[in-house]
Design a protein around this ligand. Structure first.
Ligand code: ADP
Length: 360
């Protein structure tokens, strides 16, 4: 999706892709084939570009850092990316700065006294998250007893964040974009609906309009602290005690896909404007309502054209090979009527063949 808008914002895209089949290849000006943690592939990419940026966080921070040290402009920088790559680092830093995060402990050992102390202070089992490498709910566990927590920590054999399981009233996401000179814009708050740890639906405006100001302030504070350049997406829990930070992503994000149809400048354009050192576009909405539904592969191959046949459904097909459980595209509907936008987006996604189900 960055490739679709790159030329409009005056950017040529050279893409490092793991295979010629990768969706990003179709819109790239030039392609380097290689793994994101292959130093030779990264060197080849860096040689021909003015700036390196990212569309996922499964990157090797040391390699990214070594690019910067050799004078390559990397935006966001490795020091900023670390907040998205390493959940343990993120939780510690945010807690140190007084930002709202769930109570947590970081450990890699089931016998850790700090883990025992933490668990004894909880009334119900916590959530366990691998510090690195998880995404779309993978690497996030909801054990049913304290014994299960210890067994899990033992079996994972990795650094984990163990955190209190909060009573959620809902989930929202705040997108902020920060330019090289520190200028910032923020998109309006959206509500997100999750199922099986994966985002299923995003709604603008958020169901919690009273939280918009607090979320925007929190977003800009976090963007400053991280020193991000480009899009920063912050996933937040809505609890009785207010907003609590779940996680951050330093790239265009699923919760901002609605901006393609719904905002004056879409998140992909703004990310490229930011990382290429240009001034940002306005992040104001241009529609009253937008609903985005992810299309996740089910038992049968999906059919984007069937989604396009639904009136008012904007279908985005990522060109990925179909596989059950894989995010293959999304459908957005916009308009003055919230219910109609929602019904249309879901009708499009169902016709397209998503396996996700609408929740109320
Ligand atoms: P991922 O990094 O794979 O996207 P998240 O950390 O966002 O995983 O967790 C996935 C989902 O699990 C969240 O969207 C939320 O619904 C639920 N969840 C995660 N942490 C907690 C928590 N501390 N309390 C309650 N629910 C949680």
């Amino acid at each position: 999706m960055m490739g679709d808008v790159a030329h409009r914002v005056g950017v040529r895209l050279n893409v490092l892709a793991t295979s010629i089949q990768d969706a990003a290849v179709a819109t790239a000006d030039q392609v380097v084939i290689g793994e994101p943690d292959d130093p030779f592939a990264l060197d080849e990419l860096a040689r021909d570009v003015d700036v390196v940026t990212f569309d996922h966080e499964l990157v090797d921070l040391d390699l990214v850092e070594s690019l910067s040290q050799r004078g390559v402009a990397v935006r966001p920088a490795a020091t900023a990316l670390r907040y998205a790559v390493d959940k343990a680092f993120q939780r510690r830093r945010f807690a140190e700065h007084g930002l709202p995060v769930p109570r947590f402990v970081v450990t890699d050992s089931a016998g850790d006294p700090a883990l025992w102390r933490f668990l004894s202070g909880l009334s119900s089992p916590p959530v366990v998250k691998v510090a690195r490498g998880g995404y779309d709910g993978r690497g996030v566990y909801f054990p049913e007893s304290m014994d299960d927590v210890r067994a899990l920590v033992r079996s994972l054999k990795a650094e984990v964040v163990v955190e209190e399981r909060l009573e959620l009233r809902g989930e929202v996401a705040q997108l902020v974009v920060r330019a090289v000179d520190g200028e910032m814009v923020h998109y309006p708050l959206v509500s997100t609906v999750q199922a099986d740890g994966m985002c299923v639906e995003v709604r603008f405006p958020a169901d919690a309009p009273d939280l918009a100001g607090e979320a925007a302030m929190l977003g800009e504070r976090i963007a400053e602290l991280i020193g991000v350049v480009g899009v920063l997406a912050i996933e937040l829990f809505v609890t009785d005690g207010g907003l609590v930070i779940n996680e951050v992503a330093l790239r265009p994000h699923n919760t901002g896909h609605w901006t393609i149809e719904g905002a004056a400048t879409d998140q992909f354009s703004n990310h490229l404007l930011a990382v290429s050192g240009q001034s940002l576009g306005p992040a104001t909405p241009i529609v009253a309502h937008a609903v985005m539904v992810n299309v996740v592969g089910g038992d049968e191959p999906t059919v984007p054209a069937a989604g396009r046949a639904i009136d008012g459904a904007f279908v985005h097909d990522y060109g990925k090979a179909w596989r059950p459980g894989r995010k293959l595209g999304h459908v957005t509907a916009v308009g003055d009527d919230a219910t109609l936008a929602r019904v249309t987006a879901w009708a499009g996604a169902r016709a397209y063949g998503t396996r996700t189900r609408e929740t109320t």
